[in-house]
Design a protein around this ligand. Structure first.
Ligand SMILES: [Fe+2]
Length: 391
């Protein structure tokens, strides 16, 4: 085993009702004035009050900003930063889905690092730690609360760009499954499949190690057994609990082992076609996995086992292929479209998508099997044909 570094937030608070502890956690971080960041939908549903009430009860003045956009552009960050600077907020709280969490992470470091935020794009470009912050996910999927990444849209070229820094790990993450029970089925499906992709991609990634393997396999097990239930019986707290924990574990694994070609091929669909991140990943996962299977048959066979597939009596190779089909079924069962055609991609778009994806070396270099631009194009074409869903 080669040398690896394992990172998580300083403190992870999990379980039903854990949000009630946010006040004391903020105080421990030295809070005297708290800024809560969220989006308009969460504010309207009243979910934000689940964080604001215990903060206020702890005697802390709280201000809420709900202007965070979905798939946030850098302009959204700049506008928010100018609103927040100089106001004396000493702890930030981000409560919401991946977009809200990513914006909170970036705003924290923008308070203590000067210059254009775009200059922070890339790996380890952030010089100073930011304002202390607490992240509270309200969907089970992105894993943003436990990763060093924050992703934004550059409106100049419609490409998603990432800031990667250990300073983007929160001081505290609070993962309360109860906050996710009202998430609608389509969002539960998309975010849940994103978590599943994080688990599978990090488990089979070049940078995987024994720590991340153990975590990722358990995430695969939890998501496989409970995603359908969480989508169709949203109030089933046990299923929501499995998804919250599965997503958290998948995020920790992704944060340390990274992801690969599924994410690389999914990003251009998000940028140009505005396909939600989890849907884009889910559309591509079975096809990238089919391509990757030969690179590590024993590991892909383990994926099938962790998914609860009966692989007794099968060769390792057949067991590995069973994982590919089980994933296609899971994606189909939760209502994800069967083909990239269904999200507006035409055959003529494929070469440009492949050219865009082939530039994302950061992810492609971590994929267990090397891909040329032609391989990437073939995978998009297979997803376009929706082959695996016809078999
Ligand atoms: Fe993802």
């Amino acid at each position: 085993m080669s040398i690896s570094v394992f990172r998580t937030p300083t403190e992870l608070v999990t379980g039903i009702g854990s949000i009630a502890h946010i006040g004391e956690k903020a105080k421990k971080l030295g809070a005297t004035k708290v800024l809560v960041l969220t989006d308009k939908v969460l504010k309207q549903t009243g979910l934000v009050d689940k964080a604001v009430t215990p903060l206020t009860q702890a005697g802390l003045p709280v201000h809420v900003i709900d202007e965070i956009m979905q798939e946030p552009p850098f302009e959204n960050l700049e506008q928010l930063a100018s609103q927040v600077r100089g106001r004396g907020y000493d702890v930030f709280v981000g409560i919401g889905g991946g977009s809200v969490l990513d914006v909170t992470k970036a705003l924290s470091i923008m308070m203590t690092n000067t210059g254009d935020v775009r200059d922070l794009v890339g790996i380890d470009k952030v010089a100073n730690k930011g304002v202390p912050f607490i992240l509270v996910p309200t969907t089970s999927g992105t894993g943003s609360e436990v990763t060093c990444n924050a992703i934004f849209t550059d409106t100049r070229d419609q490409v998603k760009k990432g800031i990667v820094s250990p300073y983007l790990l929160p001081d505290v993450a609070i993962v309360d499954p109860e906050l996710t029970v009202t998430v609608p089925p389509s969002v539960t499906a998309a975010t849940g499949m994103d978590a599943f992709v994080h688990a599978v991609e990090s488990y089979t990634a070049i940078r995987a190690n024994e720590l991340t393997d153990a975590i990722a396999l358990h995430a695969i097990k939890l998501v496989s057994r409970s995603l359908r239930q969480a989508v169709y019986q949203g109030h089933d707290l046990k299923a929501r609990e499995d998804m919250a924990m599965g997503s958290l574990l998948a995020g920790i694994s992704l944060g340390n082992a990274g992801v690969g070609a599924v994410h690389a091929l999914a990003y251009p669909l998000g940028g140009k076609f505005k396909v939600p991140h989890g849907v884009a990943n889910s559309l591509l996962l079975p096809y990238v996995m089919k391509y990757n299977v030969v690179s590590n048959i024993p590991k892909f066979a383990e994926v099938a086992r962790a998914m609860g597939e009966n692989v007794d009596g099968l060769s390792l190779r057949d067991a590995a292929m069973q994982a590919v089909h089980a994933i296609a079924k899971l994606s189909c069962d939760v209502g994800i479209p069967a083909s990239i055609r269904d999200v507006g991609v035409t055959e003529e778009d494929i070469p440009a998508l492949a050219a865009e994806a082939s530039k994302i070396d950061r992810l492609l270099n971590n994929n267990p099997r090397w891909l040329t631009a032609a391989d990437i194009e073939t995978i998009y074409r297979e997803s376009f044909a929706g082959k695996l869903f016809l078999e």
